[in-house]
Design a binder for this molecule. Sequence first.
Ligand SMILES: Cc1ncc(COP(=O)(O)O)c(C=O)c1O
Length: 357
Amino acid sequence: MRQKLPDFPWDALAPYGVIARNHPAGAIDLSVGTPVDPTPAFIQNALTRHANSPGYPVTAGTVELRETLEKWARQRLGAQGDIGVLPVIGSKELVAWLPTLLESQQVLFPKIAYPTYLVGALLAKAQPTAVDIDAQTWPAADLAWVNSPSNPTGRVHSEAELRAAIAWSRKNNSVVVSDECYLEFGDGSAPTSILQYTDGDNRNILAVHSLSKRSSLAGYRAAFVVGDPAIIARMLEVRKHAGMMVPLPVQHAMVAALSDDVHVGEQRSRYNARRAILRPALQSAGFSIEHSDAGLYIWATRHEDCWDSITWLAERGILATPGVFYGDAGARHIRIAMTATDEQIAEAAARIIAEAR
Ligand SMILES: Cc1ncc(COP(=O)(O)O)c(C=O)c1O
């Protein structure tokens, strides 16, 4: 029997949404982290140009998409050697099902992490183990997740940390999957891909990328995995049988999105400007900011139970996420997402500063 899945964490936050919505000037939701900035028009156009789509899409992706993914991985990520590429229906789907597809039995993931790494291990009936960042301390397992920049902490792995994960993979003949879906959003530091450090030997190494945040495409469900061609071939085989295919209009939108960097730079500037506004406001209210060097979030603590911080913000009409959603090690932290309009971020900062204790 599969172990019970955790309660869906967002249900526990609902009462705080009620408190926030009671604020006379309305609620500002900085919790879920769903993009609000419009999908760039040229990507929308690529989708609608291909709206006539009577036939089934190819699970492996069109030739054009596969070429685009490979080119992007080599140019943007610094991938070398033989690589496979595979589009997926948003990266959450991949994270949740990869251990099942690979029949993993022991899965490692960071102590403070995106909850779907645990869910994926449970769905596969694998043994989940939360580990520290330093791969030299990891036990043997057949699959390990790293996530840089991290959700929720915004921590960026150093080259040495990524190389240590590769060394663990080589030593154990085990798969390392690097979830890099926030790679484009460097702030204080510039995130790099694990594929840059494999010296062209990508055996057992995968990198996961998503266009949800990079190109404000979360509604399209567009992501992909790059790395060890043999593992990707195995995944493709199962996914073909299981009907896990990216809709064809979305595949065309992905080609358009990955062929342009200008909109990514603009989005990065938006998120970083919002972080620059919220960071000092939170500090003035007694929060210490940790990591938050990249990605979409601020990871903060007021050295109290996270639910006390969540209550304090909700009373000011601001909804944030309790750190405990990401593991017990986050029980005294909160995560604040930059996924609100500039006006809302300014208003949230003003409310926090006005009522700082
Ligand atoms: C670390 C991490 N991985 C994967 C995902 C899934 O993103 P998507 O399914 O939109 O690609 C998220 C979404 O928040 C995330 O934070």
